[in-house]
Design a protein around this ligand. Structure first.
Ligand code: SAH
Length: 353
């Protein structure tokens, strides 16, 4: 039995579940915590828990819109075509990108994949023409797709394996009577570890994201079948690496990922190297993975910032500060990556040279 049932109900529910049937996987813990977290609130902005690139400046969504319009035009401007965004948050990126795309004569259908009823309501204010989907399975399958995901893959559950004195085990979440905490599972998992990683030292953690792989595979499969292109933007690493990247953020500060399930944003770094291999397996063309700073600069964000500052002189300082946050290497510029993919007959994308 769980000692001292905690007040917070998701924590209490996990505690009871674990006390009765044993530790749960890290992936189960993240999936349920984030579903609860996003369903119940709008977490974005200064009054929320974290701020994303489209909420920093309209320039971010505008560069995404320019990229999509450019590749679409060079692909012959097929119509009808669909704009698809995964986890659109407040809908700000969609609004800014669609406004720019319209100037290029690109007026797509709008399909938003969003699990949170609270955020769907916010998105409907900025993108009233949208149709909503719970997952990618119900997206249209008879027209090209222009897909965007910003800080979506990082919110999907990761799986972790940990090296112990007895070999590899799944990393799980246990309950010690007072707190939720990471523990090693009982079952041997050595067969799940690639041979080149098998000899890592005790305590080493290997993290994978089956959910991010599934989503990326489904995008690549659809692009190959339907035509189109996609931008996956997230914080993460372009090269494989070892260790846990699970983190929790609440009120703009890092907190213990196991302390407040459902009340803090749980994310993990996206392993872009793992996703590249999947793109090819499903028949799409990998256009490249570059840092957000380099990509935004190649797309002309500095010129856009100058134009905005000239047109709204009272905003010049705010525009310059936003530009720095988005592109500076010690802000978001290096940690965030932009990965492009496209249907094989589609042209290469701008900004990946
Ligand atoms: N792209 C937005 C929001 C990022 S926050 C921005 O850049 O501001 C993550 C978004 O993904 C939220 O909209 C959240 O509700 C959504 N989300 C997270 N997990 C999801 C899932 N499994 N299915 C559908 N949407 C999900």
């Amino acid at each position: 039995m769980a000692a001292a049932a905690p007040k917070d109900d998701l924590r209490a529910r996990f505690a009871r579940l674990i006390a009765t049937s044993g530790p749960i996987s890290i992936a189960h813990y993240i999936a349920e915590s984030n579903a609860r977290y996003y369903a119940s609130r709008d977490p974005l902005g200064v009054t929320g828990d974290f701020t994303t690139a489209p909420e920093i400046s309209q320039m971010f969504g505008e560069m995404v819109g320019v990229w999509l319009a450019d590749i679409w035009q060079r692909a012959g401007g097929p119509a009808p075509v669909a704009y698809v965004e995964l986890g659109p948050g407040r809908g700000t990126l969609a609004r800014d990108a669609l406004r720019v795309m319209e100037r290029f004569g690109l007026v797509p259908q709008v399909h938003l994949v969003e699990g949170s009823p609270a955020l769907r309501a916010v998105q409907a204010m900025l993108v009233p023409q949208a149709q909503w989907h719970d997952d990618l399975s119900t997206l249209p399958d008879d027209l090209p797709l222009l897909v965007v995901a910003n800080e979506f893959l990082d919110a999907l559950p990761v799986r972790q394996l940990v090296r112990t004195a007895h070999g590899w085990r799944e990393r799980m979440v246990g309950w010690d009577g007072e707190r939720l905490l990471p523990v090693a599972g009982d079952r041997p998992m050595d067969a799940a570890i690639p041979p080149e990683l098998a000899d890592l030292a005790d305590g080493a953690i290997v993290e994978t994201s089956p959910a991010a792989a599934t989503v990326t595979g489904e995008i690549a499969r659809r692009l190959a079948a339907q035509g189109g292109a996609a931008l996956l933007i997230d914080y993460g690493h372009a090269q494989p690496r070892i260790g846990s990247t699970l983190q929790a953020v609440r009120a703009h500060a890092g907190v213990d990922p196991f302390a407040h399930p459902g009340e803090a944003d749980l994310t993990a770094h996206v392993d872009f190297a793992a996703l590249v291999a999947i793109v090819g397996q499903f028949g799409s063309h990998w256009l490249g993975t570059v840092t957000q700073g380099a990509w935004l600069q190649a797309m002309g964000i500095e010129q856009r910032a100058q134009a905005l500052a000239a047109r709204f002189p009272s905003q010049a300082e705010a525009v310059a500060a936003a530009l720095q946050r988005l592109v500076a290497p010690d802000a978001m510029g290096d940690l965030f990556k932009v990965m492009g993919l496209a249907a094989p007959p589609w042209p290469d994308g701008a900004g990946f040279a």
